[in-house]
Design a protein around this ligand. Sequence first.
Ligand code: TA6
Length: 276
Amino acid sequence: MALPTGDRCVAALQGAQVLSWTPAGSPGERLYLSPGAASDGATAIRGGVPLCFPQFNQRVLGGRPLPKHGFARNRRWTPLGVVAEGEDRIAEFGLANDEETHALWPASFEARVAVRLSPGRLAIGFRVRNTGWACWPFALALHTYLRVDDVTRASLHGLEGAAYWDAVADLDRPQARRFQSGALAVEGETDRVYAGGARVLRLSEPGRTLTVSQSTTLPDTVVWNPGAALCARLADMPADGWRHMLCVEAACIEEPVVLGPGQEWQGWQSFEVVAG
Ligand code: TA6
């Protein structure tokens, strides 16, 4: 999808996953897509904006464990068309329960992803409706891989003072909390869940800055970088892949959402180029 201004984004039907975003007139690609990413139509694609739904990581919601990060990123979504709204373009994708999802998860649902491309801005909206007769819980993460030139020279602002769970240092202590002091800088493997409310974040690196926002319905922010050692063990990442990415994820995972029959829920994450 492209705008007359030259802004461009690309999405795959698998997972309704945005793979590339190049805003016009600013230096280069803003999303990281691993050159080793799977392209078989079913294996999770490493990069872009994978959707983790209806489970985050291996956090079981009750009932049976689902595949890691749920199944939405592995499924082919239905393209629902592209519409113009002013100078924006919006592409929509749909996914509903079927035999395959029911084999993993009993819920009846209808989900939509809307990718809105505007000059200098990209927004990804997710909405889901309970089309069945029972209540069910779900978790969601927009697991965005932002591209950076060199993550060791980048800093993420806006989480100062926030409490987080450190999934590397405190893996066996899920109740442990640390507090963010200053801007976040990546110094090795980083895997953190910041709870406590949606924030506006700023990813700065020499020569460019991006603002990252999320809806209040997504009160958690996950920040992930595998670091060199874990990256070397990821078959779908090149050895130096960790250096060129930082996942900044908008999520609701600490307190899963419970959706009653007929109820609908929505959440979004957006990215905006900071001029200058
Ligand atoms: O969001 C962070 C995380 O849950 C990490 O723990 C790490 O496993 C990452 O996601 C990637 O998961 P994946 O299944 O895509 O390799």
